[in-house]
Design a protein around this ligand. Structure first.
Ligand SMILES: NC(=O)c1ccc[n+]([C@@H]2O[C@H](COP(=O)([O-])OP(=O)(O)OC[C@H]3O[C@@H](n4cnc5c(N)ncnc54)[C@H](O)[C@@H]3O)[C@@H](O)[C@H]2O)c1
Length: 655
């Protein structure tokens, strides 16, 4: 889907910045605000910001008017929504206000429009719970100022549809941002959640009279931070800090509800820069920080350990990958590194001891070591091994990891991961067998994608492994065939994503999948006869069934390699995608199938197609009638029909 027009709701600090970013990327934006003066302020804010970019030589002066020409300003929500494919809400962080806004958006927006919220902290699931179409809503968290900050956190609420999640992710890239995927909804998402214990720590330092704000800020500046933590809180607004603490108290831990200082400051209207006084007095946009020597009572390690601890919890909970946490936190905090790389330079014991010490001193349970740190598995969490275990708990292969398995929504992706050529051998077959068995009973997975790590699918079987005699070779051959056959029997749609080389055993593996997709230049073939072998693991049988005897004999007897394009012409491959977009498009396709096709209907159809072709026609037709009767009694059949009648997306449960 190409997003050609976006509506942004709320033309404040964030909304106007977001509109500017989108228009700069060449996309039309409608900016709506219910307050005319806010709309005027938003417009002049964008003009000033663009003028600054022109002055700094980062934009041509001709482009300024082009960008402004793409932004239309609206005082009526209904008009602003007409024709937009994406709606981004950026009104103040008040749940009731966001609810009211989305109620109207649902009334007036295009029914297919994707809805996004720029909330800083509120769980997407919570906002979506007030919507009639919660699956449409995705989190799209920009950072301030949007024109400068590269990061966008794209958040999947519990009900967000996989396709909208992916669309918002792709769109964020298209407008020049570096998005990260927040796959599980949590208060504060990645950056704000990792910063939360740290904010609490700095407040507790004052509550426990450890040192003065100016001494601690002086320490922070001595460590090359641009701003100390108290100056930063004054800048953000003490009311905003307090709102966040209250929300985290409700959603994450009661430790966030035990402070007194921010409450007192708010009641005294000492909100920071916006009221002229917070921790410091503010004059002409500058904090009047009394000079002080750097505190000796705090250590940088305290802060680092709190960040590592919260990042570990996010990995354990499956919120985001270590790579995305590292990228997100460093981009979001404007730092050269994030908690994952800091953790690599520290020992598990160092981090654990420090966290125990902080917990004992300040009594906040959020400072307690995360489970993996407590159990000495911090490194495992940080380098992604823990993720593989928890994320794919039922589907990860045992032992040496020759397959990568990743779950996204209802789609499981298996990648062969055996050296540069992803060769198939006994160990890979055993692991594939194990993964298929575990996926078999996983009712949360509807579609499986098989591909290779790196640039190719698989260059074939490993020919150098030692197999002592013919009898053993028969068993090896039988074993591969039985394991591959399971792919055509498993009650899921299995897609082969064919790329680079798909030769010999690799081609045989793909032939056992239900659907094959590829790129034009992919190199496919059965070279076996040219090295004195023949296509095993079902190759000699499957290809002829698929494309007919004449073409199959030619390809097997000549050993000729052929392209993805020819494979498409022969009907081996159903879809050709561009090489650069192959994985992205395949995963989108898999996601689409996982959302629209009933998994039971797919499972029974597979049986009828494959088994039906092996039995006499009247037996096959009888099987079909029985399958029809079976499906009639399922809840998913009822769901499919109701969704069709109600013109909504079905929510299949595999029941
Ligand atoms: N300020 C930040 O640093 C920052 C960073 C990331 C995310 N956010 C989030 O972005 C959202 C907006 O924050 P902001 O800082 O831009 O706030 P803001 O107060 O600067 O802007 C909000 C705008 O919404 C408008 N508005 C209020 N009610 C409205 C309604 N019913 N319909 C249309 N417009 C309405 C206001 O007139 C105002 O122009 C919040 O959810 C905030 O948490 C803020």
């Amino acid at each position: 889907m190409e997003i050609k027009q976006v509506t942004v709701i709320g033309s404040g600090l964030m909304g106007s910045g977001i509109a500017q970013v989108i228009a700069t990327a060449g996309i039309n934006v409608n900016l709506f605000d219910s307050f005319p003066e806010a709309l005027d302020k938003g417009k002049s804010g964008i003009e000033k910001s663009l003028a600054r970019l022109v002055k700094a030589g980062r934009m041509k002066s001709d482009d300024l008017s082009k960008v402004m020409g793409r932004i239309k300003f609206y005082r009526e929500m209904e008009e602003s929504l007409a024709g937009s494919e994406l709606v981004i809400e950026a009104v103040p962080e008040i749940p009731e206000l966001k609810e009211e806004v989305f109620n109207s958006v649902e009334k007036f927006a295009n029914p297919d429009a994707i809805l996004a919220t720029n909330t800083s902290n509120i769980r997407i699931t919570e906002i979506a719970s007030k919507l009639k179409t919660p699956e449409r809503l995705v989190g799209m968290h920009f950072f301030n100022p949007p024109a400068m900050m590269k990061l966008v956190e794209v958040i999947k609420g519990e009900k967000s549809s996989e396709s909208n999640f992916q669309e918002v992710f792709n769109f964020s890239k298209k407008i020049g941002k570096e998005p990260i995927k927040v796959c599980k909804d949590t208060a504060g998402f990645v950056v704000n959640r990792i910063s939360a214990p740290e904010s609490l720590y700095f407040i507790l330092l004052l509550e426990n009279k450890v040192d003065s704000p100016e001494a601690i800020d002086s320490f922070a500046r001595s460590q090359a931070l641009p701003m100390g933590p108290y100056e930063l809180m004054d800048y953000v607004g003490i009311d905003t800090v307090l709102h966040s603490l209250e929300y985290y108290n409700k959603t994450l831990s009661s430790a966030y509800g035990k402070t007194t200082i921010p409450q007192k400051m708010v009641s005294e209207k000492r909100l920071g820069i916006k009221t002229g006084e917070g921790f410091y007095k503010w004059k002409e946009g500058k904090a009047q920080v009394p000079s002080a020597s750097p505190s000796t009572k705090v250590e940088l390690l305290d802060v680092f350990c709190l960040e590592i601890n919260e990042a570990t919890k996010l990995i354990e909970e499956g919120v985001a990958s270590p790579e995305d946490i590292e990228k997100g936190f460093s981009l979001g905090m404007n730092r050269p590194f994030g908690p994952v790389s800091v953790a690599k330079g520290l020992s598990n014991k160092e981090v654990k001891d420090k966290l125990i010490q902080l917990h004992e001193k300040y009594g906040a349970d959020v400072f307690k070591p995360a489970k993996s740190i407590d159990e000495g598995r911090m490194k495992e969490a940080m380098d992604g091994r823990l993720k593989a275990k928890t994320e794919a708990k039922a589907i990860t292969a045992e032992g040496e990891q020759l397959l990568n398995v990743k779950r996204t929504g209802k789609v499981a992706r298996i990648e062969l991961n055996n050296g540069r050529n992803n060769l198939l051998n006994m160990k890979v077959l055993d692991q594939l067998n194990n993964v298929i068995d575990q996926l078999w009973n996983d009712r949360e997975v509807f579609v499986v994608v098989i591909s290779g790590n790196g640039n190719l699918f698989s260059a074939g079987a490993e020919l150098t492994q030692f197999i002592p005699d013919s009898m053993e070779f028969i068993e090896y051959s039988r074993k591969g065939e039985r394991i591959f056959r399971k792919l055509s029997e498993i009650p899921k749609i299995v897609i082969a994503e064919m790329k680079g080389y798909v030769l010999g055993g690799g081609f045989e593996l793909s032939l056992n999948c239900d659907i094959r997709v590829s790129h034009s230049e992919c190199v496919i073939g059965f070279p076996e006869t040219t090295i004195g072998l023949l296509p095993g693991w079902s190759g000699s049988q499957k290809l002829a069934k698929l494309i007919g005897m004449s073409r199959a004999s030619y390809l097997i007897l000549t050993g000729e390699r052929f392209t993805g394009d020819l494979a498409k012409e022969y009907g081996i491959v159903s879809r050709i995608y561009s090489k650069n977009e192959l994985q992205e498009r395949t995963m989108e396709f898999a996601t689409e199938l996982s959302e629209k096709v009933s998994p039971i209907a797919a499972a029974l159809s597979k049986k009828l197609i494959y088994k039906g072709s092996e039995v006499p026609a009247d037996v096959g037709l009888e099987m079909e009638s029985i399958a029809m009767g079976t499906i009639y009694g399922t809840k998913d059949f009822m769901e499919g029909i109701s969704a069709f009648v109600q013109k909504r997306k079905p929510e299949y449960k595999f029941q």
